[in-house]
Design a protein around this ligand. Structure first.
Ligand code: ATP
Length: 474
C-alpha cells in the first residue's frame, strides 16, 4: 500500500498545480474528461523547458540525429504491421459487484503489495498465465474500487487504440487510429531521411509528440493519461555481430540518467530495472525500465529497448517498400537494427514537480515551495517595486523588468501585496530569483536586492551588473 503521507503529498501537488496554473483537469467545466489534462501557462513553460533541454541534448548537440514531426493520424496498415491492431491490448476484468472495469495485472500487483509474504513470480503479460495467477488467489483479491473480494469476470483483452474514420465514408477502409506511440512515425519516414540526407549508420531519428491510449483506468494525475506526449529516439545500427550493440545500449542508459539529473531529478529516486526476458516484448533482446520514486510508488518513467530489426522489417513487409540500407563501403544491403530510448514527457513533468515540492520553515513560518532547477523553472526572475504607490520605484522596477524580459523571456512583474507575500507566491511556483527595487536603488544608486529562493538570502547587485550576474547564476 502507498503510505498515506505520500498520498497526501500527491494531493498537495495536484492542488498546487491547479491553484497556480500548472495543470488543470481536461474539459473541467463539463466535469472533466477522464485521462485528459490541460497545461496552463506555468505547466506549459515547464514542459517546454524540459522538451528544449531534451532536444538540445539528444538532437542539437549531436551530429547523428534527424528530427521528425510526423502526422498523428497514420495509414491503418502501419498498426497492422506492428501488431497493434490485433495485439495492443490490456487485460481487463469486471467486478461483479460494482461493475468497474479493472486492469487484471494491477489487481494482482496491489494484492502482492498488500501481502508481502506471498512469494511469487513477476506478473505475466500473458493473459492465460495472468488468469491462472488470479484464479489461484481466487477469493482473496479485492476490487480496488468497491473493496469486494473475489468476484471478477474472466480476463478480456481490451484494445487501447482510439479508432476514428478518415473522410466522409465510414467503412473498413477509412479506419485510422490516433497513434499509440510516436515511434512508428519515425520508422515510416526512415526512407525519406535516407533519400534526402544520405546518413551513414549509425544514426538516429528523434521525435516529440502526442500519443493516445485508451487506458482502462487512467490514474495518478498525469502519470497514466489517455492523451500524453512522448520524446523518442529510434537509433539505427548495422546488424550487430554478437554483443556489439551492448556498449551503445549502455551509453543510452547513461544518457537517460544524465538527462534526468540535468532537469533536477534526484539520482536517488531513479532506478534502472532490467526487464526479464519473459516480460519483454517478444522482439526485444533487452529492455530496461527507468523507474522513479513517484509519491504513489516506484513506477516506470522511461524505457530503453533493443528492438532488433523488427519495426523496419514489418513496415517494409506491409508497405511493400524495401526498407533496407545500402552500405557504400561494404556493398552490403541489410535492414538496420534499432535501439529505442523512450521518454514520457508528462511523467517527466510530474517527476520534476514531485522532486521539487518542498516544505520547510522560513522566518518562523511554514513555507511550501517548488525547488526547481533553474533550467526548468517556468519563471526565472520576478521583479518588484518595494511599494506600489511610489511612482519612482514602480518606474525603475518596470525599466529593469523590461530589460530582463528582453534578455531572459520568463520574467514576471509583481507589485501586489507586501514583499513577504510576493516572495511566498514566487517560491510556490519555483522562481529562483526575486529582485526588489527600493529607495536605496533610486536615491543612492545602490543597485537592487536579489533574493535567492532556497536560502532566502539577499544580495545587492548594481543595476549595470544585473544581466551578467543572473546569467552566471542561471
Ligand atoms: P506502462 O507500463 O506504465 O503502461 P508502457 O511500458 O506501456 O508504460 P511505453 O509503451 O514503453 O510505456 O511508452 C513509453 C513511455 O511513454 C513510458 O515510459 C511513459 O513515460 C510514457 N507513457 C506510456 N503510457 C503513458 C500514459 N498512459 N500516460 C502518460 N505517459 C505514458
Amino acid at each position: 500500500m502507498t503510505n498515506p503521507a505520500e498520498n497526501s503529498k500527491m494531493e498537495e501537488i495536484i492542488s498546487l498545480a491547479k491553484r497556480r496554473g500548472f495543470v488543470f483537469q481536461g474539459s473541467e467545466i463539463y466535469g472533466g474528461l477522464a485521462g485528459t489534462w490541460d497545461y496552463g501557462p506555468l505547466g506549459l513553460a515547464l514542459k517546454n523547458n524540459i522538451k528544449n533541454l531534451w532536444w538540445k541534448r539528444f538532437v542539437d548537440d549531436r551530429e547523428d540525429m534527424y528530427g521528425v514531426d510526423a502526422a498523428i493520424l497514420m495509414n491503418q496498415k502501419v498498426w497492422q504491421a506492428t501488431g497493434h491492431v490485433g495485439g495492443f491490448a490490456d487485460p481487463v476484468v469486471e467486478c461483479s459487484s460494482c461493475k468497474s472495469k479493472l486492469r487484471a495485472d494491477h489487481l494482482l500487483e496491489n494484492f502482492y503489495k498488500e501481502n508481502p509474504t506471498i512469494v511469487h513470480e513477476a506478473i505475466s503479460a500473458d493473459p492465460s498465465k495472468l488468469q491462472g495467477d488470479i484464479d489461484s488467489f481466487g477469493k482473496e483479491i479485492s476490487c480496488s474500487k468497491c473493496g469486494k473480494k473475489g468476484s471478477f469476470s474472466k480476463i478480456r483483452q481490451f484494445n487501447m487504440m482510439f479508432e476514428t474514420h478518415v473522410g466522409a465514408i465510414q467503412d473498413e477502409s477509412s479506419i485510422s487510429y490516433l497513434r499509440p506511440e510516436t515511434a512508428q512515425g519515425m520508422f515510416v519516414n526512415y526512407k525519406n531521411i535516407i533519400d534526402s540526407f544520405h546518413p551513414k549508420l549509425p544514426f538516429g531519428m528523434a521525435q516529440i509528440g502526442k500519443a493516445f491510449r485508451n487506458e482502462i483506468a487512467p490514474r495518478d494525475f498525469t502519470f497514466r493519461a489517455r492523451e500524453f506526449e512522448q520524446m523518442e529516439i529510434e537509433y539505427l545500427i548495422k546488424p550487430p555481430k554478437g554483443e556489439e550493440w551492448k556498449p551503445l545500449f549502455e551509453q543510452f542508459k547513461d544518457e537517460m540518467i544524465a538527462f534526468s539529473k540535468d532537469i533536477g531529478l534526484d539520482e536517488k529516486h531513479i532506478h534502472p530495472i532490467e526487464i526479464a526476458e519473459a516480460d519483454r516484448a517478444f522482439y526485444s533482446k533487452r529492455t530496461i525500465d527507468i523507474e522513479f520514486d513517484f509519491p504513489f510508488g516506484q513506477k516506470e518513467l522511461y524505457g530503453l529497448a533493443y528492438r532488433t530489426d523488427y519495426d523496419l522489417k514489418k513496415q517494409g513487409e506491409f508497405s511493400g517498400v524495401p526498407l533496407d540500407y545500402y552500405d557504400e563501403e561494404t556493398k552490403e544491403k541489410f535492414i538496420p537494427h534499432c535501439i529505442e530510448p523512450s521518454f514520457g514527457l508528462d511523467r517527466t513533468v510530474l517527476a520534476v514537480l514531485s522532486d521539487a515540492y518542498t516544505v520547510d520553515e522560513m522566518g518562523g513560518e511554514k513555507r511550501t515551495y517548488l525547488k526547481f532547477n533553474s533550467k526548468v523553472a517556468p519563471i526565472k526572475i520576478a521583479v518588484f517595486p518595494l511599494l506600489r504607490n511610489k511612482p519612482e520605484l514602480v518606474k525603475k522596477a518596470r525599466e529593469i523588468y523590461q530589460t530582463l524580459k528582453k534578455e531572459f523571456g520568463a520574467v514576471e512583474f509583481d507589485d501586489n501585496g507586501n514583499i513577504g507575500k510576493r516572495y511566498r507566491r514566487q517560491d510556490e511556483i519555483g522562481t529562483p530569483f526575486c529582485l526588489t527595487v527600493d529607495f536605496e536603488t533610486i536615491e543612492e544608486n545602490k543597485g537592487v536586492t536579489i533574493r535567492d529562493r532556497d536560502s532566502g538570502k539577499q544580495e545587492r547587485v548594481a543595476e549595470g551588473d544585473l544581466v551578467a550576474y543572473i546569467k552566471r547564476q542561471l
